[in-house]
Design a protein around this ligand. Structure first.
Ligand SMILES: Cc1cc2nc3c(=O)[nH]c(=O)nc-3n(C[C@H](O)[C@H](O)[C@H](O)COP(=O)(O)OP(=O)(O)OC[C@H]3O[C@@H](n4cnc5c(N)ncnc54)[C@H](O)[C@@H]3O)c2cc1C
Length: 417
């Protein structure tokens, strides 16, 4: 694997950039693997990397129906934070945040993690009470989060409209300074490159059609567009398509799949220093390093696999952004897109074992799994390698929908980007 360094950049600049090697080979499937991971998003690729690095398991294939990172990993608005209400969630997302901190150095790939602060706006009394409860709960869990008055919020983010006449008046905000954004594609590419360098096969353009089980009910491999591929263990990390893939193994998942949309504006000079989220008006915004405003919307009202989403939601989102940030009234929007997110009834993820022997699942990240990428991948790898949950993902079982031990972030926050 080529090591990226200032020296390598200078050397290649002087030699016509002919010395760069491919970042990962496009592998053809072997007959059998120790582990097959379905889905080459950040979570699947990351799990393959941690399987190889932490557990010495390198006979691994990550299989994707399209190109790696082409699912929600390459479609999200890149918000990273860990200020969730419940202890279980705070631990999981803060574990991810710890891993984000050193990820560029670890992968020798610049994932552009930027701790610019995420500010969540309160527009009514309920928001104020709810976010202040988050601040207290987060502090008890050692997660940074503090309460700002409207004036302090404006000082932190000057384009914010704090006029009392606004349709959505700002009554305060919760600010997590350790939170921020990262470059989503680079996360997939960095994990892919580092996993491939350790011997992991990355197989693209190869839909998994079904998970196959033997006479004892245990997993034996997967049927794919390139034929049957044997596996001792299979982990499904297929986001919006998880329920379809799992159904082929006879496992019914408590998931619904919705389109979630985002859009970007024309690029402008740096005007927006942080990330701002408003759960009440259902819009969130940051500025990319290219200068585009990156704006996220809510999920569509209906389930679908269309990867497009409805225009009314975009209109609503843009109207809300203009209300909260009138400075952007005349910005032109360049493009919009959608991804299919997998939503559980309590809006918390599922990472762990399934009723099928040697079949594991990582899903239910809904609108907010990008921020969890390193943490989800790390704990999934542990579970697959050892057959037992990591203490951090232990509460995020599939079984909780039977036992009732929910982690109800839906009731706590309503949205979870
Ligand atoms: C518009 C939008 C905005 C978002 N904003 C944020 C945000 O700001 N912050 C945040 O934390 N999260 C956000 N999210 C959510 C986040 O993107 C996801 O939770 C996260 O990227 C999931 O990663 P993943 O690796 O599990 O899934 P994906 O990246 O979707 O990877 C799953 C892969 O599985 C593959 N696959 C599916 N079916 C099959 C099959 N049968 N065979 C083979 N391969 C298959 C797909 O092609 C895909 O590449 C957003 C999502 C969207 C859509």
């Amino acid at each position: 694997m080529t090591r990226y360094s200032a020296f390598a950049v200078v050397k290649n600049a002087l030699t016509g950039h002919k010395g760069w090697r491919e970042q990962w080979p496009d592998a053809e499937p072997k007959k059998e693997y120790d582990v097959i991971i379905v889905g080459a998003g950040g979570h699947g690729l990351g799990a393959a990397y941690y399987l190889a690095r932490e557990h010495g398991i390198t006979n691994v294939a990550v299989i994707d129906k399209g190109w790696l990172g082409g699912g929600n990993t390459g479609r999200n608005t890149t918000i990273i934070r860990s200020n969730y209400l419940y202890d279980e969630s705070a631990k999981l997302y803060d574990h991810a945040l710890d891993l984000w901190d050193g990820l560029s150095q670890e992968l020798n790939y610049n994932v552009m993690f930027s701790r610019r602060g995420v500010m969540m706006l309160a527009h009514n009394v309920h928001d104020v009470q709810s976010f202040q409860r988050h601040v207290h709960s987060n502090r008890l869990n050692g997660v940074d989060n503090r309460w700002l008055s409207p004036e302090e919020a404006k000082a932190f983010c000057p384009p914010l409209n704090i006029s009392k006449d606004a349709r959505y008046p700002v009554m305060g905000a919760a600010l997590q300074m350790r939170a921020g954004t990262a470059r989503h594609d680079a996360v997939a590419w960095g994990y892919a490159r580092a996993a491939a360098a350790r011997g992991v096969d990355i197989i693209q353009n190869c839909p998994v059609i079904a998970i196959r089980r033997g006479p004892d009910g245990a997993v034996t491999g997967v049927d794919t567009a390139k034929g049957f591929i044997g596996a001792k263990k299979v982990a499904v990390s297929a986001a919006g398509h998880t329920s379809v893939v799992m159904q082929s193994a006879g496992v019914r998942m408590p998931l619904e799949s919705f389109p979630l949309q985002a859009l970007v504006s024309e690029p402008v000079k740096p005007v927006f220093p942080c990330v701002v989220m408003s759960n009440t008006v259902h819009a969130y915004i940051s500025q990319s390093d290219k200068g585009e405003l990156v704006i996220g919307s809510g999920t569509d009202q209906y389930t679908s696999y269309s990867q497009r989403g409805g225009l009314p939601l975009i209109e609503h989102t843009v109207a809300a952004i203009c209300e909260v940030f009138p400075i952007f009234n005349r910005m032109r929007m360049l493009r919009k897109w959608g991804g299919i997110v997998d939503v559980t009834p309590d809006r918390s993820a599922i990472i762990g074992k399934t009723p099928v022997k040697n079949l594991f699942v990582n899903c239910g990240w809904g609108t907010g799994g990008f921020k969890a990428t390193p943490g989800a991948a790390h704990t999934l790898a542990h579970t697959v390698a050892t057959g037992e949950p990591h203490p951090i993902n232990a509460p995020f079982t599939l079984d909780r929908f039977r036992t009732g031990r929910l982690i109800d972030e839906a009731a706590a926050a309503a949205v979870a980007h």
